[in-house]
Design a protein around this ligand. Structure first.
Ligand SMILES: Cc1ncc(COP(=O)(O)O)c(C=O)c1O
Length: 379
């Protein structure tokens, strides 16, 4: 199987797996226990916290470990918004966020908060003017994902951060697809909080992190929570966090090398496929994650392409999950102005650090075979 779905999940790296196994045996104590086994686990946990703080140029007091990107988004948003609701009830996000962000805002809408869902242009980028016009005296928080997981468009966080900071509004970003692939510096980007997930960067599944500036007030989502300074319930997964830290370090230290690799594979793929007049590139031409390539094969459902490619030994993804037989149109594709039928055509190819030029060559050749069969059937 040639795996081209690294934006969905990655295999654990050798070093992360080694650290996970060793830590599971050495740091098995509950980090909240006061005996020596607990203290050892706590020392390891705090070392990981310090390292994550360095990765984002933040303070270690602001790092909270969670079960993944979804939980980080949910807890960060809830904890911040609830603590600042006396100032106002207006929130701003975009129409192309991950469901963990969208669903949190829908929940808050039901509780009486007013949410502005910023539209995006045909490349998936928000318009700064829309953001400026949406801000009111009542706005307490803006949440804009760093990169879209379906088409890879990267939002201008530093520019957004400047606008938002000037008005004293909190700024959260879902950085699950970008952390370890794009340098993230909370001070330069003006971020008060962000979310990260381990399984997107060769760490174990079920682990994540969240950064909330220690200078910002937040309230525990569930009163009485004691772990992670009240941020999250549940015994902290120290071995998972240690492995996540090692995996993250490998990615953060190799951003340039990996991006050069992704860019050359991306060029190879796009130059061969987009010249096929049935294949359309979706996403921003320049402000895009090199490892995510959104494509649309005209007239063919993404789900069909995914299954055909699976039959030939390739794992890719469609924009969204199948719902009761008929593929649901991708929310991102609808937001960038595609019709529901066009939206269902999206396929996502996402590259990994071990993806080779030969794998991409084979993929191009097999997708061309599928396309030529389609063409002959359709014409
Ligand atoms: C942009 C984005 N945010 C959040 C998540 C959720 O992360 P996790 O699977 O760790 O909950 C994902 C996963 O697909 C994602 O792509």
């Amino acid at each position: 199987m040639v795996y081209l779905d690294y934006a969905a999940s990655t295999p654990i790296s050798d070093s992360a797996l080694r650290v996970f196994t060793e830590s599971s045996k050495r740091f098995y104590g509950n980090a909240s226990s006061l005996h020596d086994a607990g203290s050892h686990a706590k020392e390891m946990l705090e070392a990981c916290r310090r390292q994550f703080a360095q990765f984002v140029n933040g303070e270690s007091k602001g790092i909270y470990f969670t079960s993944g990107g979804s939980e980080s988004n949910h807890l960060a948003l809830q904890s911040l918004i609830r603590a600042h609701s006396v100032k106002g009830k207006h929130l701003i996000t975009t129409s192309t966020e991950h469901p963990s962000v969208t669903n949190t805002f829908l929940l808050l809408e039901n509780e009486g908060y007013h949410v502005t869902w910023l539209p995006v242009d045909s490349t998936g980028m928000i318009r700064i003017k829309d953001l400026e016009e949406a801000i009111t005296e009542e706005t307490i928080l803006v949440s804009i994902g760093h990169a879209n997981s379906e088409i890879g468009t990267i939002q201008p966080l530093a520019q957004i951060g400047n606008i938002v900071k000037e008005k004293g509004i909190l700024f959260h970003s879902d950085c699950v697809q970008t952390f370890g692939k794009v340098p993230i510096n909370v001070k330069e980007l003006g971020l008060d909080s962000l979310s990260i997930s381990s399984h997107k960067l060769y760490g174990p599944k079920g682990v994540g992190a969240c950064y909330i500036s220690p200078h910002i007030r937040w309230e525990p989502s569930i009163p009485g929570t004691s772990h992670e300074s009240g941020f999250r319930q549940g015994t902290v997964n120290v071995p998972g966090i240690a492995a996540f830290t090692v995996a993250a370090e490998e990615m953060v230290n190799n951003i340039d090398r990996n991006n050069n690799h992704f860019l050359s594979l991306r060029k190879q793929l796009l130059s061969e496929l987009v010249e096929e007049n049935w294949v359309v590139y979706e996403g921003h031409p320049t402000h895009s994650l090199p490892s995510i390539i959104g494509l649309r094969v005209k007239g063919i459902e993404g789900q069909y392409m995914m299954l055909e490619l699976n039959g030939k030994g390739y794992a890719i993804s469609t924009g969204s999950a199948c719902s009761t037989g008929k593929q649901a149109p991708s929310k991102t594709m609808i937001s960038i102005g595609r019709s529901p039928d066009e939206a269902r055509e999206l396929i996502r190819i996402s590259l990994g650090v071990t993806t080779t030029t030969d794998e991409i060559k084979g993929f191009i050749s097999d997708i061309k075979i599928i396309l030529s069969i389609m063409k002959s059937v359709k014409t």
